[in-house]
Design a protein around this ligand. Structure first.
Ligand SMILES: Nc1ncnc2c1ncn2[C@@H]1O[C@H](COP(=O)(O)OP(=O)(O)OP(=O)(O)O)[C@@H](O)[C@H]1O
Length: 529
């Protein structure tokens, strides 16, 4: 006789199993709730889920928000799969989506000739995963998800597995959404980082721009004073005389005055009195009529006429020959010019800005500059300080030139080492800002790292000056000047202009050096031998 079944024991057994099952689903839900990436999801699918659901293939498909299509969000056998779009109504996904129950299917039942089955079903079929289920996961704001599990044989899917899947379905939906949101958040964060970086760079550029006063860098007290003078004088039509050593920025000051003036929409015409051969200066300044002298084959409109209604900048005015100084004085007083060879006077309305790196007072006292012209020019003097007298501007200027030239050269240089900054600040900079700019440009060209760690300041000045001092009493100044220029030009291999040229070392514009060399009778054969 068969032993009667102990109903209580059976129920107890079931209860214990259910309890175990509940513990398991809670553990899976907890693990799922911590997942934020597809990689983490794959780890979980390969362990807890695979161990208890016994699938061969696990596919999570996700509809788009409009519910016109869907894509594979995760595939167990191919976790690296890139999202691929499928149409929603493929008689498979939409079937599962519409069903409240688990849809069980046998792949052999699908008539491939009738149905255009999605490729992952072909794939499952080819792998002999004959049976499968599709479960529409509970809807969580955003997308609809369907979970497909494939098995080699129908018996693998137990009631218990089905119950577990139903219990974790809600959490699966939430996890899928969490992964999507975390990925979007990551992308947004990366974009924000790029924007922040770009904004930072732009802020740096703006800083460089806003530090400038009309393109002039430097906020030292002396420069603030200069900016104030510029602002005061710009809107009048007063003549301005700018004093300052070579390379201190006199031309930039002239530009600033012009651009803040009432005639800023007119031209500023610039003349470097030192670089024009003496016999041409008059014709260049005032023009000539056709046939006025041998070689005057055409009419020339002089710089004063060209600058009419605007500004003329007479750089290195101290180099203007004496006989022309009188003519200039007349032009300034009478506001009219006469072209060489011309019979009529031409009225001109020009604002004059002159600049000099010489002491015009000394030039006057030594008879090389007319005192009346000096007083006529010296209406509103602006004295520009030498760079060594405003060392607090050196770092700003160096950084400004670094940004300017590294961009031009195409090298990403971040800054200067502390050592280089210190030596820049203590360097005497006889060529002033021009020399600093050239040194920075040169250092960028030679830089091998992102930070400039070396800057070789020309020692030539120290060596030369001691030698010059010894010779001072026995040689004329011109001779010393000639010898000094020759030595520097020789040292630069005959190069006059450019970053490796002698003009930089001498702190002069290339054109000024050439005209000085002509005046001193320095010829190519003297330094190329
Ligand atoms: N404050 C400044 N900010 C930015 N750049 C400057 C400044 N001062 C000078 N520079 C730069 O230094 C170089 C020399 O300036 P500039 O030609 O105006 O000097 P300068 O006094 O007229 O020289 P020179 O007497 O030899 O003609 C230029 O490249 C100029 O842009």
């Amino acid at each position: 006789m068969e032993k009667p079944i102990d109903q209580t024991a059976v129920i107890m057994n079931r209860l214990q199993e259910r309890e175990k099952e509940q513990m398991l689903t809670m553990a899976i839900c907890k693990a799922l709730s911590e997942v934020l990436t597809k990689n983490e999801f794959h780890t979980l699918a390969s362990s807890l889920l695979k161990d208890h659901l016994f699938f061969e293939e696990f596919i999570l498909a996700s509809s788009n928000e409009e519910e016109t299509g869907y894509e594979i969000f995760y595939q167990y056998t191919n976790p690296e799969i890139l999202p691929k779009a499928y149409t929603l109504k493929d008689s498979f996904f939409d079937l599962c989506l519409a069903s409240a129950d688990t849809v069980v299917f046998d792949l052999k039942d699908f008539d491939e000739s009738k149905n255009r089955l999605p490729d992952y079903l072909h794939y499952a079929n080819n792998k002999n995963f004959n049976n499968g289920i599709g479960i529409c996961l509970p809807y969580i704001k955003g997308n609809q998800h369907v979970l497909f599990l494939f098995f080699k044989n129908a018996a693998t899917l137990t009631r218990e597995s089905n119950r577990i899947i139903r219990s974790i379905a809600q959490q699966l939906s939430i996890t899928t959404r969490n992964i999507k949101l975390a990925s979007e958040y990551g992308k947004a964060l990366a974009e924000l980082e790029i924007l922040k970086k770009n904004f930072g760079e732009r802020k740096l550029e703006t800083k460089i721009e806003t530090q400038n006063f009309q393109g002039l860098v430097g906020n030292s007290a002396v420069m603030q004073n200069v900016y104030e003078l510029i602002t005061q004088v710009a809107s009048s039509d007063s003549t301005v005389l700018i004093f300052g050593e070579t390379g201190t920025g006199k031309e930039l000051i002239a530009n600033a005055i012009h651009s803040l003036s009432l005639v800023s929409n007119e031209k500023i015409i610039k003349v470097n009195c030192a670089s024009i051969p003496e016999h041409l200066i008059e014709s260049i300044l005032f023009g000539h009529e056709k046939g006025a002298f041998t070689g005057a084959t055409d009419l020339r409109i002089g710089k004063f006429e060209q600058a009419n209604n605007g500004t003329i900048f007479l750089d290195e005015i101290g180099e203007l020959p004496l006989e022309l100084q009188g003519k200039l004085l007349r032009v300034l007083q009478e506001k009219e010019i006469e072209r060489i060879g011309g019979r009529k006077t031409i009225k001109i309305n020009v604002r004059v800005i002159a600049a000099t790196n010489k002491s015009l007072e000394r030039e006057v006292s030594e008879g090389r500059f007319r005192s009346d012209l000096y007083y006529r020019l010296n209406v509103f003097p602006i004295a520009l300080p030498a760079l060594r007298n405003r060392t607090e501007d050196i770092e700003d200027l160096a950084n400004f030139f670094l940004a300017k030239h590294s961009q031009k050269i195409g090298k990403k240089i971040k800054g200067f080492s502390k050592k280089v900054l210190k030596s820049m600040i203590s360097n005497p900079w006889p060529g002033n800002v021009r020399e600093l700019e050239n040194m920075v440009e040169r250092s960028i060209l030679f830089a091998k790292e992102e930070v400039i760690k070396e800057m070789s300041f020309p020692e030539i000045f120290i060596a030369e000056s001691s030698e010059a001092a010894a010779d001072f009493y026995i040689k004329k100044l011109q001779e010393v000047e000639k010898e000094h220029i020759l030595k520097v030009v020789k040292k630069c291999g005959g190069r006059i202009s450019g970053p490796q040229g002698a003009a930089i070392l001498l702190g002069l514009p290339g054109t000024t050096l050439i005209s000085k060399m002509q005046k001193l009778g320095i010829k190519k054969e003297h330094f190329l031998s």
